[in-house]
Design a protein around this ligand. Sequence first.
Ligand code: SF4
Length: 311
Amino acid sequence: MNLILLKLKEVFSIKVGIPGGLLYYRYETFINTFLEELEIESIFSTETNKEILDMGVSCCVNDACLPMKIFHGHAAALNEKCDYLLIPRIMKCENSESICPKFCGLPEMVMSGIKRKEGVITYPLYLNRNKEIKHYLRKIGKDLEIQENKIMAAYKKAVNNHKLQIQGIKDQGYRFTIFLGGHPYNLYDRFANMNLIHKLHSYGIGVITEERVSDNEKEAEIKPLMKKPYWLFYKNNYGAGKYLVKDQGIDGIIYISSFSCGIDSITIEMLKNDIGEFPFLILKIDEHSGEAGIDTRIEAFADMLERRKLH
Ligand code: SF4
């Protein structure tokens, strides 16, 4: 009897698709723990590759940035394989900072792009209040017919694991250290950035990312600004970059930015204006970026750091 029930559960188990793009890079541990704890059958897209990028480019609007196109590709790759597709509509980030408006309209963009009308979890998600996060998860639980007490237990475990996870990179033992600025989906998607971190290491350049600068240190750099930064990744990258330059702990800055990203344009200009003369390389990426161009610029930057050290 038990065997029959188990088989039925197997046959009818609901599959949830998790596109591995955008802020999945930031909340991966939380999402994975939550789903595992609830024993939800989840399907994850593979790491970004050429096929995923091509699918994204073909189903996303032309003038969207590269990370948006990549996310569309991940969603398209899962479209036929899952009963539900999880596409959070992120409205606010932790500490009430705002996020790019494209995140609020992401479900509609993707649903229209991949031509899927149903089976998409699109509830708004406010990450600045625990109450709201629980509310969001309860709604998902209701859709998937999971009891509330189980949802809350899985939430607690997911929060704990997320807190235990060390975010960001702080390399040690390299000849040079640079601040690597940018959004997590550009920094950690090895296909999108053409394995940038590995390339830097091969030139003896280690990196620090914004997650390794404390909130207090970032806040102290932001305080003198006329207006408090509105966007989460502007605040994080500006605050961390400025702190690290002042602290003298780095030899240069490389900022990896998506072509046509308004938030990056402001962040880069503000940072450039406020740090004075300092080695600063901006790498713009989109689906047409060629690896040879990136390689040449990194090589030239590494040469410049070397000359600076010698003289
Ligand atoms: S913040 Fe910039 S890179 Fe990120 S989704 Fe918005 S436009 Fe794209």
